[in-house]
Every structure is written in C-alpha cells, then in structure tokens.
Design a protein around this ligand. Sequence first.
Ligand SMILES: [Zn+2]
Length: 461
Amino acid sequence: MQLGFYGGAGKVTGSNFLIESEHGKMLVDCGIEQGADIAVEEIYGPFPYEVKTVDALVLTHAHLDHVGRIPKLVRDGFRGKIYMTPPTKDLAELILRDSVNILANDATRRGLPLLYEEKDVDAAFALIETLDYHTEKEVAPGLSVYLRNTGHILGSASVRIMGDDGTVLALTGDIGNSPSPLLPDWEPVPDADALVMESVYGDRLHPPQAERIATLRDTLKRAIERGGTILIPAFSLERTQLMLYELSNFFSAKELPEIPVFLDSPLAIHVPEIYEKWGPTYFKNETEDEMKREGSIFEFPFLKKTLSRPESLAIEKVPGPKIIIAGAGMSHGGRIGGWEARYLPDPSSTLIIVGYQAPGSPGRRMKEGASTVRINGAEVQIKATVENLEGWSAHADRDQLMQFAEAALEKKRPKVIFTALGEPSAERFLAQRIHDYLGGNAVVPEFGETWEVIKDSVKKI
Ligand SMILES: [Zn+2]
C-alpha cells in the first residue's frame, strides 16, 4: 500500500494522511491547521489528491486539527463513509457545528470565500458510521481497519490498516498523557510493518502527575490571595473537563476557599453532557465507579455555566476573586479574548496556561513572557501574573512516546516509524532517540511525500 503525508508532517495540526491499496483509497483524519502562521492556501485551496475517488475516511479523534476540514472534503465531492468511535461522533458533531461561525469569521477577515457552511456539516454527518474499538472492518477495497484506544481524549483511537496482502500500517493520531484521571491508558500497537506516530512533546518531559495537581492547587491559592480574576484559557475538549474535575476535588476536600467559577464557553458547557453519556462505558474503571457513586464528577455548587451572551457579560459585575474558564485554548479567539483584554492590564489578575500553545498564537507569546499581546486586533498590556503549568497536556511526553515506540518495536519491529504531528525539532528529536536508544528505523516525513509500505520493505517514491 502507499502512504501519503498531506498534513501533520512537520506540524502539530492539520492531520491528513492518504492510504492507497491497489483498488481502494482511504484517508485518516481531515484536520485543519491552527495557530497564527497557518498555511492559508493549504486550508482553503483544493486537496492535493482526487477527493471524489477516496472510498472512506477514518477519524482518530474529535479535535478540530483532526476533523476540521471534513465538511470541505464533502463539499469538494467526497461521498464515501466516515468512520469513528461513538463518542468521537458526538464530540465531532459539536466541534464542527461550533467551528462554522469561527471559520466564517476567519474567512471574512482574510477576504477569502467560506471554507464550508452548516449544510456541508449536515452532508458530512449523513456519511458517518460508528466503529467501536477492537472491531475489524473493511472500509475500502483491500483495506480493513481496527481501532485501539489511545487515552488522549474521550473516544480517541489509533488506526491499524491491513492491506489484502497482509501488510499492516498503523497511525496513532494523538497519544494520551497516561495515566489520565478519566481515561484508560493508551493501548500498544504491536503489529505494524510501518507506524506513523505523533510527536508533539517528542523533546519535552511533563512533571509527575501528583506534582502537577499540587502545583495547580498552590498556583490557584496564590492567585486567590491576589484577589483578582483568574483566567484559564482551556481547550473545550478534555482540558476543561480535567480542570473542572480537579477544581471539584479541591473544593470538596476544602483545599481551596469557595469562590465563584464561571464556565464561559457554550461549547465546553455541552461537552460534559457527552462525557456523562459515554463515561460509564469509556472511562477507566475507577472513574466509572466514582461517577456511579457521586453522580456528576464535573459539577460543584458554585460553578456557573454562562451560555448566553448577557449571562457571560454579567460575569464582570461579580467581584474577585473569581475563576473564568473559557476557550479558545491558545487565546486565539472565543470568549477568553474579551476577558484577557479586560483583565490582563490588572495586576491583581492571574492568567493560568495549561495547554499546548502553537508558535505565533497569543497564548505562546504570553507563555514566553511578552509584556503586550494582540487580542481581537488591539494591543493589550500584560500586568497580570502569567503562570505556566506544565503537565496538563492531553499528549504523551518524551518518555511516554519512547515507551509507545518501544512497545511497538517489541514484537514485530516496524520497518519504519514516522515521527509526525509535531514541530520539526520535536519530530527530529524523537526520531533520533528511537534510532539511538531502541535501534529503530525512524524517519521524519515531509509534507507531500508518498511512501510505499509493503511487508518487507518501506521506501519513498
Ligand atoms: Zn488531539
């Protein structure tokens, strides 16, 4: 079979891989590039392959950088089936419907035609079929897939693809920061002839889990003592639920004084509903038990969810200390921008960064200590304390990725491990370590490259 890298090579976002057998074609992921220095022509321009001839699309998980261009794919003529786990289906629908307006604003700002509209999202959803973990399914002539849990977000999966000659190619999507408080640990992929693995944190380590919880608690304590507003820009999926889960634990253990917490993100308000729906089936056993015991694990009495615009605006009238959790996670849009413009110039405020910040994003600038940042077109002074908390990422770190690679190499030894879905330095670092410490053949793929993968050999064509 052949493997084409059409997104997520040398970049964290924009995941898109084309797999071809003699008779069939399928894609894994159809994501959008995110961050300030996006390649506009790669997003808005035509796909670099013939969309109409692709038989199927399989999704690893519901993050926008893995699903964001699906409606465009359908708009451009894709009529195959789209496969994903049941939780991914619910989450992807929420994410894609939410993205329509955000992308429309982006297109207008750039003077470009709309990437897609609501009706394209509807058309995409008519093509979905759910596929659960550990079920073999032929999705295109000569290509069958099998999904395994990756512990990254609810429903996340690695995709194993078997050709009719028995060749096995596997793509990890994003690999979780296991152990997660909510999800089971990632499953190893022991049977690939070639493996494409993510490498976001290929060159960095997270602090230990217990330490990250203590650091979050101490950071919040200091911020509460400052008396001002505490802003937490958070990705709506997983990070927001993790923050609510930990806050709920701190409050019920009386480790923090009771202060108002606002979840000011329409998207993040709906995500816990999906987590509650699927948690009893897809969470790890301890968390499933906790849910049965306590009911909701993301709720506490002074959590206020502000769905409407007037409710959101009313947050300003509540005196500090107070916590506002809102998207977008890299401060590149959404309601957090308005709060940052309002509260960053106030020295009693605190901004707590808990996630990956892409190069060029406002979040990255703030993380790196900038004294001003451009938000919604205006320059904003940063007088607030900026706290950068490591370890809350939903991605595996350097050592966890090495463990994943080691497990993949243990039995079958893939002929090649492609390190993708990372910044180039992280991809190179991980590839070098796989080579040096595990004796594996690791390659950093480039955008647009096609490789031939057959049982005994893998080569670039
Ligand atoms: Zn992801």
